[in-house]
Design a protein around this ligand. Structure first.
Ligand SMILES: [Zn+2]
Ligand SMILES: [Zn+2]
Length: 308
């Protein structure tokens, strides 16, 4: 198996990842939104209204659901658990495949995404945190920060381990290519209903399905582990996000590819990774250690004051 061998795959915790906080400072101008630059993002939402024109039928809706699930896997298992946390290993070819699927969700490139996510773990709910509902309110943590000029650049210092691959740097730069090709394929195979449901509506649901990890997963649910942030566990959000809703577990032990620590904590991305490991496509999947599972006495709920 062709391994992405150049990566030093020691078990790492996010606190050990090299970082540079300089570009993500907490200056007030970070709240400035460039509405012109965000017209494509806003246009994606407006295009969903096309559903009133094409109507509703089961094939385009099934395409919408399938492309939501596949691309959510690209974000959760690819962008998040692999590129941000290196919680399992894979080949260079499959690594590129994961990056491509993640890119087709149109949430920018894998290196950009993972670099900012590593920053989130280092500064969770502190003033430097790019998307903290505690610091900046629900709307900012959910969608505002994505529309801010301040966070457009990729901080390659934080993601040196994957920046060494030219194909990933290319995808990071031309991140819209997989999404545009997907839109063309939806239109080619299923016409306007395929484009509206399979691409626009699916992508917008995917935006907000992903964004709740930054907003609601720090606001709603139970706290199991005493972490330095407001992360929480939520069954409903775990279903929407294919497992990311076990966010308190994740903040406590971010090295694990498994976010639902117990059998009743549904984690579809993890189950999928287990299936892929049976096929030999991924391996060395990291799981929570026994000592982590034993330290899970429930903690009294902490009520937090949120802005906005
Ligand atoms: Zn994470
Ligand atoms: Zn978080």
């Amino acid at each position: 198996m062709n391994s992405a061998a150049a990566i030093n795959q020691t078990e790492i915790d996010q606190t050990e990842i090299d970082h540079d906080d300089s570009i993500q400072g907490a200056s007030p101008d970070r709240y400035r939104i460039n509405w012109i630059m965000n017209l494509p993002f806003l246009g994606m939402h407006a295009a969903c209204l096309g559903a009133f024109w094409v109507g509703i039928s089961w094939k385009p809706v099934a395409l919408c659901a399938a492309l939501y699930a596949i691309r959510m896997f690209g974000i959760t298992a690819g962008y998040h658990r692999y590129f941000s946390h290196r919680s399992y290993r894979t080949s260079r070819a499959f690594q590129f495949f994961l990056a491509w699927i993640g890119c087709s969700a149109l949430q920018k490139g894998p290196l950009w995404w993972a670099a900012l996510h590593r920053h989130h773990h280092r500064n969770s709910d502190e003033k430097e945190d790019v998307h903290s509902p505690l610091q900046s309110g629900f709307w900012w943590s959910h969608v505002g920060w994505i529309m801010s000029n301040k966070y457009e650049a990729t901080d390659f210092n934080v993601i040196k381990d994957f920046s060494q691959y030219p194909e990933l740097r290319w995808l990071n730069r031309y991140w819209a290519v997989p999404g545009v090709l997907l839109a063309a394929a939806c239109f080619f195979f299923m016409g306007w209903p395929g484009l509206i449901w399979g691409f626009f509506i699916s992508t917008v649901l995917l935006y907000h399905g992903t964004f709740v990890t930054n907003s609601l997963c720090h606001m709603l649910g139970r706290i199991r582990y005493k972490t330095a942030d407001t992360s929480r566990n939520s069954f409903i959000l775990a279903l929407v996000t294919l497992g990311e809703g076990w966010h308190n577990n994740h903040h406590y032990y971010s090295a694990s590819a498994r976010m639902g620590f117990f059998w009743w904590e549904v984690d579809i991305s993890y189950y999928t990774l287990r299936c892929l490991s049976l096929l030999g496509l991924v391996w060395d999947i990291k799981k929570p250690k026994d000592r982590v599972l034993k330290m899970c006495e429930p903690r009294p709920r902490v009520e937090t004051q949120y802005r906005g």
